[in-house]
Design a binder for this molecule. Structure first.
Ligand code: MTE
Length: 309
C-alpha cells in the first residue's frame, strides 16, 4: 500500500512550517521527538494490570514503536507520523457511538474511561507490508464498551471512523484514500476478548503517532484493521465499507486475517521482518492468524479464507 503515491508528494514541502518549528521545540525540551509526542499528562503511568498475554514475547523498543508508523493522515513516510502528529488535538476528545445501539451519544474520552480497568496486553502486530513488531498495549476489551452502550439484536457489524481534521492532518488534503479512514469488524470479531481499544502503550498514554487517544487493536489481522484516533463507532446490519477495501478490494479484503497461505497480489505473505535489528533484522515465517489461531480459528470455521481474505 505504501509508496503508490509517494513519488507524487513531498511531505516536507506540504507540512505546515509551524509543525516543524513545534517539533524543534519538542526535541529541544524533551530531548526525543517520539517521547515529546506522547499525549496526556506528562508520562503519567497508567498502572495497567499485567496479564498473561504475550508471555515470552520480547517487545520492540518505545523508540521503534513510535518512530516507524503508518498513519497516512500525517503523511505516507514511516517517519511522518512522529514528525507531524503532535498537531492533533486529543483533549478534549469524543467518540460518537450510534446506529443499532441502546444508548447512542457523543461520549467524551473521560466517559469512556469511567469504570474501565486497563490491562497490559503484549501482542504481535503484523502489517500487510510484511514488517512486524511486538507491542505492549494498554487498553480494555472493545466488548466492554459495546456491552455498556447496548448492542441491538439486529446489529451484525461494527464500523469505525478516524477523526477528520484537515487543519491538523496534512495528509487528508491529498486523495490517498477516501477520508475519513474507515474500518469494520463483524460483530463476533468485535466482541472477541483479544480485540482491544488501546489507550496507551508501555504503560503510558497513547503516543499521537500511534493513534491517541484511543485506537483499535485486532492482533490476528493485518495492521490496517487497527484504526487509529477513533471518532465514531456505528453498529450496523450490513458489512460496512472500509478504507483499504474501497481502495483495492483484491489487495485488501474486509477480513484481512494474517495468512501466510494467501499472498498479496504483489508480494508473498509467507515471511515477515521484525522491526529492529537493522540490516540483520530477523526474517521469520508468518503465522496463521498472526499466531492467534487457537483463539480465533473458530470464528472462521467453514469459510473459504482465499475468497474471504
Ligand atoms: N489508522 C488510521 N486512521 N490511518 C492510518 O493510516 N494505518 C494502519 C493502522 N491504522 C492507519 C491506521 C496501518 S497500515 C497500520 S500497519 C497500523 O495502523 C500501524 O500502527 P502503528 O503505527 O501504531 O504501528
Amino acid at each position: 500500500m505504501a509508496g503508490r503515491y509517494k513519488s507524487d508528494l513531498k511531505w516536507s514541502e506540504v507540512t505546515p512550517k509551524a509543525s516543524w518549528l513545534n517539533r524543534r521545540q519538542i526535541m529541544a525540551t524533551a530531548g526525543a521527538g517520539a517521547l515529546g509526542a506522547i499525549a496526556g499528562p506528562a508520562f503519567a503511568s497508567l498502572g495497567a494490570k499485567k496479564t498473561a498475554f504475550g508471555d515470552g514475547l520480547e517487545p520492540n523498543t518505545l523508540e521503534e514503536i513510535t518512530s516507524y508508523n503508518n498513519f497516512y493522515e500525517f503523511g505516507t513516510d514511516k517517519g511522518d507520523p512522529a514528525r507531524n502528529a503532535h498537531a492533533l488535538t486529543t483533549d478534549p476528545w469524543s467518540v460518537k457511538i450510534d446506529g443499532m445501539v441502546e444508548k447512542p451519544g457523543d461520549y467524551s474520552f473521560d466517559d469512556i474511561m469511567k469504570g474501565v480497568s486497563l490491562e497490559e496486553r503484549i501482542y504481535r502486530f503484523r502489517c500487510v507490508e510484511r514488517w512486524s513488531m511486538v507491542i505492549p498495549w494498554v487498553g480494555f476489551e472493545l466488548a466492554d464498551l459495546l456491552e455498556r452502550v447496548g448492542v441491538q439484536p439486529g446489529a451484525k457489524y461494527v464500523a469505525f471512523e478516524t477523526a477528520l481534521r484537515p487543519d491538523e492532518m496534512p495528509g487528508v488534503n491529498y486523495p490517498i484514500i477516501e477520508w475519513p479512514y474507515k474500518e469494520g469488524l463483524r460483530l463476533d470479531e468485535a466482541m472477541h476478548p483479544l480485540t482491544l481499544i488501546a489507550t496507551g502503550l508501555y504503560d503510558e498514554p497513547m503516543p499521537k503517532q500511534n493513534g491517541a487517544p484511543l485506537r483499535l487493536v485486532v492482533p490476528w489481522k493485518y495492521g490496517y484493521k487497527s484504526i487509529k484516533s477513533i471518532a465514531r463507532i456505528t453498529l450496523v446490519d450490513e458489512q460496512p465499507p472500509t478504507a483499504w477495501e474501497t481502495y483495492s478490494a483484491a489487495e485488501y479484503g474486509f477480513y484481512s486475517n494474517v495468512n501466510p497461505e494467501r499472498d498479496h497480489p504483489r508480494w508473498s505473505q509467507a515471511y515477515e521482518r521484525r522491526v529492529g535489528g537493522g540490516l540483520f533484522a530477523k526474517q521469520m515465517p508468518t503465522q496463521k492468524f498472526n499466531g492467534y489461531e487457537p483463539e480465533v480459528a473458530d470464528l472462521y470455521a467453514g469459510m473459504d479464507l482465499q475468497k474471504y481474505h
